[in-house]
Design a protein around this ligand. Structure first.
Ligand code: ZN
Length: 140
């Protein structure tokens, strides 16, 4: 038996933006997937950091990602940690085409159809006035 992966729904615990991560969440609310990029070595840095994880330099700027990537790793959750999560859902690590990774949720796909390396694209799901979650779905 196969299941379509559930979307996060209103009522689940949500992230609390910090001064460091706020540009990412502000971008998501506007339908943009924002990530830090190092002005010195060009590495994309995520999750948000005060300095570059590639060269330790302090000069990071926020840029928009294409939102396109591939599935790097995943797990399907069948037992929710809290009753507010509908199961099953797929927690995914996505490799974005700029070469950085992001933890997210995979939607609009059946469990049997999930494959490592499959092409994905970001979609934005509004959860509250403050938080819009970047999720990923298969792309053609
Ligand atoms: Zn750097």
């Amino acid at each position: 038996m196969t299941h379509v992966m559930k979307r996060p729904r209103v009522g689940i615990p949500l992230p609390h933006p910090t001064p460091l991560s706020k540009p990412h969440w502000d971008g998501a609310r506007e339908g943009r997937l924002r990530v830090q990029k190092c002005l010195d070595c060009g590495v994309h840095v995520f999750i948000p950091q005060p300095c570059c994880t590639g060269c330790m330099g302090p000069r990071l700027e926020w840029v928009d990602s294409s939102g396109r990537g591939t599935l790097y790793s995943y797990t399907v959750v069948h037992r929710p940690q809290q009753p507010s999560f509908e199961v099953p859902y797929a927690v995914a690590i996505v490799l974005l085409e700029e070469g950085w990774h992001m933890l997210s949720t995979l939607i609009d796909v059946e469990e049997d159809a999930i494959e490592i390396g499959m092409p994905l694209e970001v979609v934005f799901e509004r959860m509250s006035d403050e938080i819009t979650l970047p999720l990923f779905r298969p792309r053609a």
